[in-house]
Structure formats: structure tokens, C-alpha cells
Design a protein around this ligand. Structure first.
Ligand code: NGQ
Ligand code: ZN
Length: 452
């Protein structure tokens, strides 16, 4: 059975020294013993933290990261003009491309501390909208990539039927995304069949947004198991349109009309009034924050302090993958608040004075909940997902415990992650994913072809 020995490890009870972590053959932690001798265990000599769950990804967008920055001829660039660029880009991706891009993304995410990924997948069909021979072809490409890279995967097939709030017709650029409820449920079924019994995987559902589904469709989903993710209140225009169509803001509408509870994850939830903040926090749902993408797309600033004060749950995702690093998302989450509020150490309390630790703890708990898998800590019954920070790295050396975490999250550009273990398997060694070269080559081939 796999055994790891950490010189220092962050356990649910806090930092501990000389921790023996024993896993079962399926990659789940069976026992955790502080103050133990290493014996024959695989030794991790740095500081070990739980692997971070990434709760929001559109993997194909990794292939356009950095490629949608140019001013458009009309000027006035926004989220919506970025989306037009994205719609043009998706027209060219084949299933082979999707797998190559997903694998590259997963390699990078693992190297930067994410051991699980919730893939919010809506690129279902051929460019003209015809389903592939196997309707779940594209979804299962992400599973194939995950089985190569070792990342844990929560597949969230997305239900996308309309092109605007409550029933507007879709536009041609959305053809590859569209399903009625029945074919969507077939995709979900195929994903469940392909992952049955695999503890590295789970399946949930993702009604794309209030722009893409009807209330009746939303009503149908909670009868099925698994987490439910939905984009909500990311952009001001979306709030205005929802208000005009329904009389309520998006988060308010969801709280009042959908059974929002701990199974739900509202992606972004950027624009909330005080009542929505209190309501979302009280619901037990997770706010899925994607700081680097939200900054890139000009979404706005999440009301972090009020939401945390209300006891709200959150996790982090990399969404469009302009960033792929767990610590950078946490860093940006805190620093965006500093810029808005003209304060420091915003995500802290007297009892939790280290913002790095407080945000990591929040992202572990919320990310685990939104992933629908037993994740988020070094404890028996949870997946054996470990990230070893090189405690002798110039950005961390001499620091320990929560001060080391703060230094990791808030300083430096280099990557001090040395070893990553996912489901009790070493997937990153010496800072490099074990299949980085071959996966990088096939990604490069895809990119050259796509951009030629
Ligand atoms: C997405 N991305 O589904 O990829 C969306 C854009 C939309 C973000 N919201 C499309 N960041 O929301 O309509
Ligand atoms: Zn998204």
C-alpha cells in the first residue's frame, strides 16, 4: 500500500511534524499518524498541504489563453466581445484537439497545486451542431486526458439550450453546445457509466446559466445525483437582463426558484446585493470564484468580506485558464480586495490572522464540496492528494507553518511545488509532471495547427 512521510503537514487539526500518511490500494487515505518514523515510506521532506480542488474549468479555453487580448476593430471590448472571439475559436476544435488541450491543461494544473478538476463541459457536438456518433465523445475526451495525467475529475456536462434569458433563440456560434433535456441526460448517463467505480472521478450537472436553460429544465435536474454548477451574476448586463425579464437579480432568482443547497455551486456570483450575499451564504452552496478569469474578463469584484462574514462557502477555479496556479488564484482573490477596499489582510479574522491559510482552508472545503468527491484534507477517508512545497526554496526558506503558506500565496513568481500526489500516485516530481514532455508535444502540434 502507498505510504508517504511528510516532515511537516497541514492536517485538519493544524500543522504536524513527521506525519505518516497511509493510503489504500484505491488511493484513499487509510491512516494519518503524526510523530511517526518514516520507515519505508516515500519521503516528502518539505511542507505538505492538501491538493487543491479546482472547481471551474472550460478546458478548451486553455488553447485561446493569451490569444483574445487584441483590441477589436469596433473597440469597446468587453466580456461579450471576448465571447464572440471564443465562439469563433470553438468552431475549429476536433475531439483530438480537445483531448490534447485538456491533457496539457491538467499537467499545468497539477504542477501548480491542483489535484482535482471540475470540468464544466458544454462543447458537445460537431461544428454544425450534429452529435458525434457517440454523443458523449467530447465529454469523455476529458476523462481520457485525466486518466493520462492522474488528475481527479468531476465531469459536469452542461445543459445549454437557449441563447438568452429564459428561452431566447441560440445564435449560430452556440450550435456545438445545444441539447434538449433528453440528449443531455444521455450524455450524463454515458459519463456515469464510463466513470462508475472509479474513485478518481465523479459526475454532476451544469445548467450553463439562466441565459441557457428554462425554469422547467432547472426543475428537472435536482432529482439526479451529484453536484449542480451554474454560472450566475458574472456581468452587470446579465443582472440587468435578468431583472428586466424576471423582476429579480440572478442570485435572488435562483435562491427563490431553485432548491439551492450544499449540492449547488454558483460560479462567479460576482454581483450580489446584501440580501443575496446573506441568502447564498445561508443556503450552504459554494461560490465558485475564478479570480484570474474574472479580472481578465472585466467581471467585477466579489464581495469577499461580507460573504465570509456571513459564513459563505467558496472555492476557486481557473475557468478560462489565463492562470493555472492555485496560489495565484488565492493571491488575486485577496489582492483584488485590497485594491477595492484600500486595506490589507482582508480575508482574516482575529482567530485566523493569516490570509494565505484562511483562503486555502476555504478553497479546500468549498472545492471539495463542489467536486462531489471526498477531498480537501489529509485525513482518513479522503483521497490521498498531496502537494509538497520545497521548504528550502528561496521564497519559503526559513519559514514554517502558516507563515510559510502566506509566503507561498503572496510572494514570488517561481513555483516552489516539488512533488504532487493525486489519488496516492506521484504525478509531479521535481516540479515536473511525469508525462509533461509527451503531452506538451501533442499540445504543441494541436496549437500549431489551430493557429496556422
Ligand atoms: C463560458 N465563460 O461558458 O465559457 C463563459 C462564457 C457565457 C465565462 N462566463 C459564455 N467566464 O457565459 O455565455
Ligand atoms: Zn465558466
Amino acid at each position: 500500500m502507498p505510504q508517504f512521510h511528510a516532515r511537516a503537514a497541514l492536517l485538519p487539526t493544524g500543522w504536524a511534524a513527521d506525519v505518516l500518511i497511509e493510503a489504500d490500494a484505491a488511493g484513499t487515505i487509510a491512516a494519518v499518524t503524526p510523530g511517526a518514523a518514516p520507515g519505508a515510506a516515500d519521503r516528502l521532506r518539505g511542507a505538505v498541504v492538501p491538493g487543491v480542488p479546482n472547481l471551474h474549468s472550460h478546458a478548451f479555453q486553455r488553447a485561446m489563453a493569451g490569444g483574445a487580448e487584441r483590441r477589436s476593430p469596433a473597440g469597446q471590448d468587453s466580456f461579450w466581445s471576448w465571447r464572440d472571439t471564443m465562439y469563433r475559436f470553438v468552431g475549429r476544435l476536433t475531439p483530438e484537439d480537445a483531448e490534447a488541450v485538456a491533457a496539457q491543461l491538467q499537467v499545468e494544473l497539477l504542477e501548480w497545486g491542483f489535484t482535482g478538476l471540475a470540468e464544466f463541459h458544454y462543447l458537445h457536438h460537431q461544428p454544425d451542431g450534429t452529435p458525434y456518433d457517440s454523443i458523449a465523445e467530447m465529454a469523455l475526451r476529458h476523462l481520457a486526458a485525466a486518466r493520462r495525467t492522474g488528475i481527479g475529475l468531476t465531469l459536469l456536462p452542461s445543459l445549454y439550450r437557449h441563447g438568452g434569458i429564459f428561452g431566447r433563440d441560440p445564435v449560430p456560434g452556440q450550435r456545438r453546445f445545444l441539447n434538449d433535456l433528453d440528449p443531455f441526460l444521455r450524455i450524463v448517463d454515458e459519463c456515469r457509466a464510463a466513470t462508475a467505480g472509479d474513485p478518481q472521478c465523479a459526475v454532476g450537472m451544469a445548467p450553463h446559466s439562466l441565459r441557457a436553460v428554462t425554469p422547467a429544465m432547472l426543475d428537472a435536474l435536482p432529482a439526479l445525483p451529484g453536484p449542480i454548477h451554474i454560472h450566475a451574476a458574472e456581468q452587470g448586463k446579465e443582472v440587468t437582463e435578468c431583472l428586466a425579464a424576471t423582476g429579480a437579480r440572478p442570485v435572488r432568482w435562483l435562491l427563490d426558484h431553485a432548491p439551492v443547497d450544499a449540492r449547488w455551486c454558483l460560479i462567479h456570483a460576482t454581483h450580489m446585493d446584501a440580501g443575496e450575499i446573506a441568502g447564498l451564504a445561508a443556503s450552504g452552496a459554494v461560490a465558485g470564484l475564478c479570480p484570474s478569469t474574472e479580472a481578465s474578463l472585466g467581471d467585477g469584484t466579489f464581495p469577499l468580506r461580507d460573504y465570509l462574514d456571513a459564513g459563505g462557502r467558496l472555492g476557486i477555479g481557473t475557468d478560462s485558464h489565463v492562470g493555472v496556479s492555485a496560489r495565484d488564484e488565492l493571491r488575486q482573490l485577496e489582492t483584488s480586495q485590497r485594491l477595492a477596499l484600500h486595506e490589507r489582510a482582508v480575508a482574516t479574522t482575529e482567530a485566523a490572522p493569516h490570509p494565505g491559510r484562511r483562503l486555502l482552508d476555504a478553497a479546500l472545503a468549498g472545492g471539495a464540496q463542489a467536486s462531489g468527491r471526498p477531498l480537501g484534507g489529509i485525513a482518513p477517508g479522503l483521497r490521498c492528494d498531496l502537494v509538497e512545497l520545497d521548504a528550502d526554496h528561496p521564497s519559503l526558506v526559513g519559514r514554517t507553518g502558516d507563515s510559510l503558506l502566506d509566503a507561498w500565496v503572496f510572494s514570488g513568481q517561481a513555483n516552489p511545488i516539488r512533488t504532487v500526489v493525486a489519488g496516492a500516485k506521484r504525478v509531479v516530481e521535481g516540479g515536473r509532471h511525469v508525462a509533461r514532455l509527451e503531452i506538451g508535444e501533442s499540445f504543441a502540434g494541436t496549437m500549431r495547427r489551430l493557429l496556422a
